[in-house]
Design a protein around this ligand. Sequence first.
Ligand code: SF4
Ligand code: SF4
Length: 376
Amino acid sequence: MTPAPDILSAGVKSIAAALGLSDCRIAALNGPAPHAAEFQAWLEAGHQGSMAWLEKNPKRRQDPREVLPDARSIIVVALNYYQGIRTPMNGKSGQNGSLSSHPSPLSTPDPQRSSNHGTIAQYAWGDDYHALLDEKLTDLCHYLETCGGIQKLYADTGPILERDWASAAGLGWNGKSTIQIHPKLGNYFFLAEILTTLPLTPDPPMADHCGKCVRCITACPTQAIIAPRQLDARRCISYLTIEHKGSIPDEFRRAIGGRIYGCDECLAACPWNRFAQASAETAFTARPFVHQWPLRDFLTLTDATFLSLFRHSPIRRIKRPAFLRNVCIALGNTGTPADLPALQTAAQDPHELIAEHATWAIQEIKLRHSAPPAFS
Ligand code: SF4
Ligand code: SF4
């Protein structure tokens, strides 16, 4: 016999906590996602760039009942990946921190940074999160199955407007950065969902607590947050360094600074991180390459050593050419003449994407280091 909704809901939350999930909330499924129309308008404006998969299955994305017709509830979980520190600011934008700025002798990088480390978005410091989330949600699904439910899980995959459902379930609110904000976790956490045919007791949605704050919008190095809760992904460094496959447009290269995979600037700016505690998941602990590898050492990676270094890391999925493209940009922004030999080798790489960005980086370093001193 299926337990009553409140008993079932309490069971789900207790199992989620036992599985190490950081929060678990429930929303009733009785209509499309609350902001489905806004999402469609965002797509029609072309703000998704080359992320064509976002345009697929619009009906399924807008209404989860298209995926699981008898779905009655959606369970939204959060998994904290915060490592106890805001991402170091050596991802600071190249030169003077503004978009497409001209190099200035006033802002020539410190030569001590010649063996600079790049900045990697914190979610990618450790193991890929998909398998871990999938495992935890599968365990939760087993419980729901024993209670007579049919389930469909999304471990940060598949067509679902997850932040919308997270807000509807009261897990937090959609911040002006477009990132989900949780009042205790801040914004360094993953979201995942389970659709179930079981009727569960929904949680009340949470009010928006951004207030007059605009820190994330101001912090964005490329002005990608074009209005509160509106992101032009084509300008976003996370998109440019992860999702975008080709050459990075010149206008964004200097603003990328030392970031080699993703960007945490709008996350780090959010005051709601003040209550965040370090994640207990050891899988998310930073691997040695995050803080210990000088940027230019990444240029020595072959296809085989790239795959080996980034085994089980989210970085692996962008493949060597795009990763080395990012490294070249970071070196162009923060490197010194000591980095030129490695870049000159990269400029001969048979992969045009790497060669072109290495050539750009060489020019940037030479330009910066031929500039006269600002003051004597
Ligand atoms: S991830 Fe970086 S570039 Fe993208 S919106 Fe946030 S601050 Fe801007
Ligand atoms: S930085 Fe401020 S405006 Fe942006 S999401 Fe956080 S609270 Fe909201």
